[in-house]
Every structure is written in structure tokens, then in C-alpha cells.
Design a protein around this ligand. Structure first.
Ligand code: S3P
Length: 439
């Protein structure tokens, strides 16, 4: 289904942002292998997270949605996952795939995994290689793509592994396989990536050791064959989803929106740091810690034009999912915004660098792209718009161009709105309640 976003009034009111996707996946997975019951409040009920729930159920975990909207998991215990009797279809979800490959890799079961037309293009060698070192046997399509067959290790070997790419999914995959290994599994990461796996494992009673190497890299270790204990989890709201109403509000003078209970993990908030450097009026109130994660209420006011800036490459991991919507903000800013170190964007749900470049060009934005950079020349004026943009099964491309359509001179149409349900099922209703005109 296509969607059309027309020039809108300023955004006003309270934006209800759904639960964090990364934390929701982990809550179901960890609850599914814990001993005892886990009660989850505020789970994101998007398609990606439901794919994780279905996969865990097929492997024996009891996962139910309660009448009050909470979710309960009765876990199978480490080593207790059962061989599913059909293929696990992970849909669009790279996080489900790579993290579950880690869990399965430490179990003596054989599992076939596939996904949609986007997921089967994404590289899996980054997790296949360490899992094979730990004793798993994996047969994948050429180039390490899905569908694949994964036979987990009978006796999982602990390894020490230096991440060749800054990826929380790869780090998490190895640590989760390590939960089954006899001894300590260690991941070394030069560039810090989101640490929800580490934080939540601790919340389930697992000791996670973090030390520094001589070069200052993080060395993260878990000792395997220790039980996780069922617990209660309050999933904070997703800062990656909050990014869309945030940017939309900033682009409209006189906007004033409030978003409650947003996850403010230091390794996730690069977009907010960047927008503030661009001159955005964003205030964090009521900062607190919940279930090991920092959260805050955000107040965003659109009171002045943004300025173009250079985004340092070192900031990329803390805003890896937010470049599409930052590119929209940069298109309306005064001056040039340069984003570097973006090579990982080419292997997300789509080639995000290419999809943004082509979509922005079609909307009349002056921008350039290289293999790993994007430069956007804004002049503070609304681009022309008036075109249909391709979204390539990528929820964040779809939502980004709907945000752009709220300010362009002519409406923007996106060719396929279906992927939005993977991470933000009530996106359109929420945006329209704030004042946009998306239909
Ligand atoms: C995620 C890690 C990131 C991010 C993805 C969610 C996670 O992927 O892009 O949306 O939950 O661990 P990479 O680890 O591949 O960068």
C-alpha cells in the first residue's frame, strides 16, 4: 500500500512511542532461555519482535500475551531449546536472525532459517565465522546469505573474538552462544556498540565482565552454563522510533511535542547529540534508571532552523539506524552536513545510503554520495518533493520520507508502507494525531 505525506501544520501534543526494538527482542530471547517466569511490560508488538516470539515458541519456550498487555515467558533453561519442526522465518529482522543464531549455535539442534526478500540479501558470514569457531556447522547460500541450515555445537567451545565490524548483533550472537560454552567467551570491541545484551544478561543474574585491552578496547566476557533467572522487565520507548516525530517537530516552526520514557543509553543517543549540535531545542527531563537502562522524557520544540554540521565517524555506532532521518533534517538545514563512516548502511534492511541518495535527489535535495559518505547541501528552504519514493522493504526509509513530505512544497508518496509495521505499527496514527497529514 502506498502512503502520501502532505505539507502539514506544526506538530503538537504527546507522542506515544512504542517499546525499544533491541530490548524487546532480547527480553523474549532471554526470558525464553531463563529458568522460571519473565514478565515483560511495554514490549514492542512489531513484526520483527513477533518473529522472535514465534521462533522461540517453535523451540519450546512458552510465550503468551496477557490480557493486561504484558507478556509472559516460561523459559526452557540453557541447553533446553528444542529442534523446531519447521523452518524459522525471520521476516525482515536481522536482529532476530543473528541473535537467535547465537542461541541456537550453542544447542545441539539443527534449524533452518529464512527471511523476506530484504533479509535474504544481508550478510551472515559475520556471525557464521565465529559460530563455526565455537563448533556450529552452517550451510548457507553463496556469500553467507539466508536461507541457511545451522547445526549447533554439541559441546560449545568458548572463544576470544575481536569484532571485525562494529556490530552489536555480532557481539550479542557470540555472547549468547557463549552462554552454553564450558568456560569464558570473550568479545573484544574496539568501537563501543549498544550494550543491551550485557545490561540485560546482568538483569537476568548472569555475570558479565567488562575490562579494557591495552589499546583501550572493551573486552566483554560471559562464563557459560550458568542459569538465567526469570525476572520483570519494563521496556523503555525506542529512541530510534522517537527520532521520526522528533525530526518532524524540529522542521516545523511552533511545534511542541513530548515523548515519555525514552531509552537514553549513551550508545544509542548519537542522533540527539547531533541534532542539538545542529541547534535543535531538545530538553531531557526526569532522567532515571529502569531495569539497568537510562531513560528520560523528551521535549522537542521547533523554534529555529537547524544548521549543517560534520558528523564524526566515531559517532556512527551510536546512531547507526538514525542516518535516514538525520538526512531529512540535514535537507532542511542551513548549510552543508557531512556524514562519514557509513559503510554499514549499505547492508541494513536496504542499501540505505543509496535509497536515501536516490530518494532525496528525486525530491530536489542537493546531495552527494560516495562509498561510505553522504553530503547534503541545505539552504534552509523546503525541497520541491512531488514524487514517489522507493522504500525497498526498509521501514526507516519509508518513515523518513513521510517525515520529509510534511515539509516539502508538494506531497511525497512512498511506494510501500508495509515495512513500517516491523518496528512502529501505529506510526501513521501517532503522527497524524500530532498534526501531520499522512494518508
Ligand atoms: C541492533 C544492532 C544494530 C542495529 C539494529 C539493531 C541490535 O545492528 O542496526 O537495528 O539490536 O543489536 P548492527 O549490530 O548490525 O549494527
Amino acid at each position: 500500500m502506498t502512503l502520501t505525506s502532505k505539507k502539514s501544520n506544526p506538530l503538537n501534543g504527546i507522542a506515544n512511542i512504542p517499546g525499544d526494538k533491541s530490548i524487546s527482542h532480547r527480553a523474549l530471547m532471554f526470558g525464553g532461555i531463563a529458568v522460571g517466569e519473565t514478565l515483560i511490560h511495554g514490549l514492542l508488538e512489531g513484526e520483527d519482535v513477533i518473529a522472535t516470539a514465534q521462533a522461540m515458541r517453535k523451540m519450546g519456550a512458552q510465550i503468551t500475551q496477557n490480557d493486561d498487555g504484558t507478556w509472559s515467558c516460561h523459559g526452557v533453561g540453557i541447553g533446553g531449546l528444542q529442534e523446531p519442526d519447521s523452518i524459522l522465518d525471520m521476516g525482515n529482522s536481522g536482529t532476530s536472525t543473528r541473535l537467535l543464531m547465537g542461541l541456537i549455535g550453542g544447542h545441539n539442534i539443527t534449524v533452518q532459517i529464512t527471511g523476506d526478500a530484504s533479509l535474504i540479501k544481508r550478510p551472515m558470514n559475520r556471525v557464521i565465522k565465529p559460530l563455526e569457531m565455537m563448533g556450529a556447522q552452517i550451510t548457507a547460500r553463496d556469500g553467507g546469505r539466508l536461507p541457511l541450515s545451522l547445526k549447533g555445537a554439541r559441546d560449545c567451545l568458548p572463544i576470544e573474538y575481536e569484532l571485525p565490524v562494529a556490530s552489536a548483533q555480532v557481539k550479542s550472537c557470540i555472547l549468547l552462544a557463549g552462554l552454553s560454552a564450558m568456560g569464558a567467551t570473550t568479545v573484544i570491541e574496539e568501537i563501543p556498540t549498544r550494550d543491551h545484551t550485557e545490561n540485560m544478561l546482568r538483569h537476568f543474574g548472569v555475570e558479565v565482565d567488562v575490562t579494557k585491552t591495552e589499546t583501550g578496547a572493551d573486552k566483554i566476557s560471559v562464563t557459560g552454563q550458568k542459569d538465567l533467572h526469570g525476572t520483570e522487565i519494563h521496556v523503555p520507548s525506542d529512541p530510534s522510533s522517537a527520532a521520526f516525530p522528533t525530526v518532524a517537530a524540529l522542521l516545523h516552526c511552533d511545534s511542541h511535542i513530548t515523548m515519555k520514557n525514552i531509552l537514553m543509553n549513551d550508545r544509542r543517543n548519537g542522533l540527539y547529540t547531533t541534532l542539538i549540535e545542529m541547534g535543535a531545542n531538545i530538553v531531557f527531563e526526569n532522567e532515571r534508571i529502569e531495569a539497568g537502562e537510562k531513560v528520560a522524557d523528551l521535549i522537542v520544540k521547533g523554534d529555529k532552523p537547524l544548521k549543517g554540521i560534520h558528523v564524526p565517524a566515531s559517532r556512527v555506532p551510536s546512531m547507526i539506524d538514525e542516518f535516514p532521518v538525520l538526512a531529512i533534517a540535514a535537507s532542511l538545514a542551513e548549510g552543508t552536513t557531512v556524514m562519514a563512516g557509513l559503510e554499514e548502511l549499505r547492508v541494513k534492511e536496504s542499501d540505505r545510503l543509496l535509497m536515501m541518495y536516490e530518494g532525496l535527489k528525486a525530491c530536489g535535495v542537493n546531495c552527494e554520495m560516495t562509498e561510505d559518505t553522504m553530503t547534503i547541501h541545505g539552504n534552509g528552504q523546503a525541497p520541491v518533493g512531488g514524487t514517489e519514493v522507493k522504500t525497498a522493504l526498509d521501514h526507516r526509509i519509508a518513515m523518513s520520507f513521510l517525515v520529509l513530505g510534511t515539509v516539502t512544497q508538494n506531497p511525497i508518496i512512498i511506494d510501500d508502507s508495509a515495512p513500517i509495521k516491523t518496528s512502529f505499527p501505529n506510526f501513521v496514527e501517532m503522527m497524524n494525531r500530532l498534526g501531520t497529514d499522512i494518508s
